[in-house]
Design a protein. Structure first.
Length: 627
């Protein structure tokens, strides 16, 4: 690959890697690297890294947490921070070949080119915290990068729009339809927990990890108190690993249990090490005395030793910050749903923080799935009834016994009954999606949106994975979780921020999969075990907070109002082929009425579509035929 092509690809990577940009061309292969140096070892070498004997080239976007163990196993007798990730990954590949990715802990996406074998090997971390996208034209071209824009910038990659993905953005629901598709038909994502090898023109891809392995892990707790203690220790370990940095690390704080736990543990670790108070970033609505989120945030920041920065809704409304440009800068239309997070990343960057922790995807660590169905299929009816009852003993649920009876009735219903029920539910949900979206009926029919939604529902239905013993359950391999983590990464990259989500830690996920379901939900409390583990670290009103209210939608409304104020007639007409033009016009005139449902999604897609430098995008012809 020519140096000019690599330079073009590095240009859209400047925000992701503002510290240094380098490239290396060797024969038919070329690598470019944009560095955001967050660890000491990142300064120990310059990537692309080349092995002097084999000529292998290595490039990575990585933070490897088990470096001491890897160095011991690989026989590298040097200080941990003196060995760069390129050298370490090359040694791991030389020792374990395709098995090297499974040996790594942390967040990573890396590639290795072996000129002697004419082989390219790439791999991605288990949860997909670090992105990796590629284009493959067999026998001619293989292009990969950390963002779509860089892949397109190579020059020979077609920018043909995937109109099915446009539909996903317009209805919002199907963002996580799979782990591979992008907005361009010629570009794919390497799924999390996968490696890929290109050799002799053949591309081989394989999964190397799942949240639940074949064997029950050794050393798991046996009593409730042991599980509670182990829960705190596992999360604390994940948090401390993500504090390892030669530049400031901070965290978002929403006032919910998940992010509050991260902040409490990180603040305690910083205090133990004699470091300054831990930086925390929160969005508040101080003008609203009934805002539960603001009250919880204030309670946490008063309870733990941290240095909070508050982005208040009133200030966000009246000021002009970069976060207000999110719809213009977003890498994908989905990213425009998060101006609140954009404002927090902006605040973190202003304080010099380059790595930010958060609370995702903690909700999915404590899933209970269809436990009653699983137990009833094994003939364990008493346990099945207790499981059904437990999942309905929640705040606001009257007569949980009646709901539990419905669950048990479903457990014994024959397969045709379940199929009919699912079909009716799918039909009802799909019709609602059409009503609450501005998508043109003809466009929905053209891309077969109904079938697309059916496919998405199947991925949701199959997201809960059980161990054959029935003792372990995890939903962390679900595509919608990958989609969310990738969205956080794209958004953070706009501000030169590296996301570090502790709840995406592989060891923590494997531990949580074996957490007894009776500890995941108890006494009407979801995440009961985490609440117990953090009860002495958090204020009681946060540790036992039940509501999930948030103010993100208020920040979204600020961007909507500004977009409507600056919108001309050409904006409305641009997507007339895939939007219902009359409904779009009515929604823009009356944004506070029911007809305006789906307006934000439509305008975000329009702005993304119209942005300069997006060749190959075209609206489809208008078709008002019902789908």
């Amino acid at each position: 690959m020519a140096a000019a092509e690599l330079e073009a690809m590095l240009e859209p990577m400047a925000r992701r890697g503002p510290d240094r940009q380098t490239l290396a061309c060797h024969g038919e292969a070329g690598f470019g690297h944009a560095l955001l140096a967050t660890t000491q070892e990142a300064l120990a070498e310059c990537q692309p890294w080349r092995h002097p004997d084999s000529g292998c080239l290595v490039i990575s976007d990585s933070r490897l947490d088990n470096r001491p163990q890897l160095l011991r196993e690989l026989g590298i007798d040097r200080a941990v921070d003196e060995v760069g990730d390129g050298e370490l990954l090359h040694a791991a590949w030389q020792r374990w070949r395709e098995g090297c990715a499974d040996r790594l802990r942390g967040d990573f996406a890396f590639a290795l080119w072996d000129p002697g074998r004419r082989e390219l090997f790439i791999a991605r971390d288990p949860m997909g915290v670090r992105p990796l996208l590629f284009h493959f034209d067999s026998g001619r071209l293989f292009v990969f990068a950390s963002c779509t824009e860089a892949v397109l910038a190579q020059g020979d990659v077609p920018a043909t729009l995937d109109e099915g993905r446009i539909a996903d953005a317009l209805i919002g629901e199907t963002e996580g339809i799979d782990q591979t598709c992008t907005f361009f038909t010629a570009i794919q994502r390497l799924p999390p927990a996968h490696w890929m090898r290109l050799r002799d023109g053949q591309l081989v891809q394989q999964r190397y990890w799942r949240p639940i392995g074949d064997e029950r892990p050794a050393g798991l707790p046996t009593t409730g108190s042991e599980w509670i203690e182990a829960q705190r220790e596992c999360l604390d370990r994940a948090v401390r690993q993500r504090l390892r940095s030669q530049r400031p690390v901070g965290s978002m704080l929403s006032g919910g249990l998940d992010s509050s736990s991260v902040v409490a543990l990180a603040a305690a670790a910083c205090r133990e090490r004699g470091q300054p108070p831990f930086p925390v970033f929160s969005a508040t609505d101080a003008a609203n005395p009934d805002c539960a989120e603001t009250r919880a945030i204030r309670a946490v920041t008063a309870h733990v030793d941290c240095a909070p920065t508050f982005v208040d809704l009133a200030d966000f409304k009246r000021t002009q910050t970069r976060a207000h440009q999110l719809w213009d800068e977003a890498g994908e239309p989905f990213d425009g749903t998060m101006p609140l997070l954009a404002s927090l990343y902006e605040a973190a960057a202003a304080r010099g923080v380059v790595s930010v922790m958060d609370g995702v995807p903690a909700d999915n660590l404590y899933t209970v799935g269809r436990q009653a169905k699983y137990l009833s299929d094994q003939g364990r009816w008493g346990e099945a009834w207790q499981a059904a009852l437990t999942q309905w003993r929640l705040p606001g649920i009257r007569f949980p016994q009646l709901h539990a009876l419905r669950v048990m009735a479903g457990c014994v219903a024959p397969t045709p009954v379940h199929a009919l029920r699912d079909l009716l539910a799918e039909t009802r949900e799909y019709r609602k999606l059409l009503r609450t979206s501005l998508i043109a009926p003809g466009f929905a029919r053209q891309i077969d949106l109904r079938q697309r939604y059916r496919r998405y529902r199947r991925t949701i239905g199959g997201s809960h994975r059980w161990h054959p013993s029935g003792e372990a359950l995890s939903s962390l391999a679900a595509p919608y979780i990958t989609a969310g983590l990738e969205r956080y990464n794209r958004l953070a990259s706009l501000y030169g921020i590296e996301p570090r989500p502790p709840y995406a830690d592989r060891d923590l996920i494997e531990f949580q999969a074996w957490m007894p379901l009776g500890l995941r939900i108890r006494d009407g409390h979801l995440k009961w075990v985490l609440r117990q583990a953090m009860v002495d670290r958090l204020p009681a009103e946060v540790a036992w907070r039940r509501d999930k209210s948030h103010i993100g939608w208020r920040f979204n409304r600020v961007l909507l109002d500004r977009a409507l104020a600056g919108m001309g007639p050409e904006t409305k007409m641009a997507g007339i082929g895939w939007l219902d033009g009359s409904r779009l016009d009515d929604a823009c005139r009356h944004p506070d009425t029911q007809v305006a449902a789906g307006l934000q999604e439509a305008l975000r897609v329009l702005q993304w579509h119209q942005r300069a430098g997006r060749p190959g995008m075209r609206p489809v012809e208008k078709n008002s035929t019902a789908p």
